[in-house]
Write a protein that binds this ligand. Structure first.
Ligand code: NAP
Length: 285
């Protein structure tokens, strides 16, 4: 029930018509009786520079930020969480007493989805495949979760080098950038995290690694691609007996973590499970 005291949130991006976020936040608010509403906020490029100011003016309590504004929004915020600043992207903004606070819940969501599977990155030798926007948050996650070493392989080496420099400067973790040719000469990785868009719908038969035998010693692997839910990369590893985790959990938990930040609550147990089922139903529609 919307009334004079309802707190307003929304998703800022362009386009936002495909977003599941309004469904999930309104569902959670309804289930635990929080007086908030969450709406789509499509903002065209030329108008984005006033976005956060406009939300403050209209007394919004916060927003999610999606493509293409996750990096640009940082310049509009009063306070940015340290790891979000390192990642260089904010997807969650809380507005409190006319001040805006930015967070990155993509990486928090990935941490939670890994914990759910009962595995850990601590002490692991991780290979991150890809060095795009998502790989930056994955690299920060590996460092904050105490991976022993991180190698980053990417078609464009300079992008892998830039992430390696960032992590080496800020964390006590050995990080190197390598080429796909270098990768063929190493097979001591214990965790692989696939962050390229290769294998994503509609190119579902593609995989970034040709010779999968170099990944034979893995404890587990993650593919952050969420469409399809099981990628070829995951299928190939499953056939080799390696446990795999898909990107759908990361996508779900980034929303849960944003909801928790806004409302100072913890969404866990049965409610989280029900919300997850709703989310999957919504994606399957
Ligand atoms: P991005 O910034 O565009 O980066 C794309 C990455 O894929 C780059 O490393 C790029 O290499 C590599 N790549 C693309 N095509 C390639 C090819 N043909 N051969 C070799 N490398 C190729 O994208 P992003 O934002 O990081 O997203 C990457 C994927 O993660 C997408 O599928 C996205 O849906 C998914 N994602 C999932 C979640 C989630 O919640 N599960 C969150 C964020 C992103 P170059 O640098 O050489 O171009």
């Amino acid at each position: 029930m919307i009334n004079g005291k309802t707190n307003t949130y929304g998703i800022v991006g362009y386009p936002v018509g495909h977003s599941f976020s309004p469904m999930i936040h309104n569902y959670l608010a309804d289930e635990i009786d929080i007086n908030m509403v969450y709406i789509p906020l499509p903002i065209e490029n030329k108008r984005f520079e006033m976005a956060i100011k406009a939300l403050k003016t209209l007394s919004f309590s916060g927003c999610n930020v999606t493509v293409p504004y996750k990096m640009d929004v940082i310049g509009q915020l009063d306070v940015v969480d340290k790891n979000a600043e390192l990642i260089g992207a904010v997807n969650t903004v809380k507005i409190l007493d006319d001040k805006s606070y930015g967070y990155n819940t993509d990486y928090l969501g990935l941490i939670q989805s890994i914990k759910d599977e009962g595995v850990s990155l601590e002490g692991q030798n991780v290979i991150i495949i890809g060095a795009g926007g998502a790989a930056r948050s994955v690299a920060v996650m590996c460092a904050t979760e105490h991976a022993k070493s991180i190698s980053i392989v990417n078609r464009t080496l300079v992008k892998a080098e830039s992430i390696a420099t960032l992590i080496n400067e800020h964390f006590d973790c050995k990080v190197s950038a390598i080429t796909y040719e270098d990768l063929n000469m190493k097979n001591d990785f214990t965790v692989a995290i696939q962050t390229t868009s290769i294998g994503m719908y509609p190119n579902v038969d593609n995989t970034p690694i040709v010779d999968m035998s170099i990944l034979s010693k893995l404890d587990f692997a993650i593919d952050i691609v969420y469409n399809p839910r099981e990628t070829k990369f995951m299928r190939d590893l499953n056939q080799m007996g390696v446990k795999t985790i898909g990107g759908i959990g990361m996508l779900f938990y980034q929303a849960i973590k944003a909801f928790e930040i806004w409302n100072d609550v913890t969404v866990d147990g049965e409610l989280c499970q029900r919300a997850y089922e709703r989310f999957l139903e919504y994606l399957d529609q």
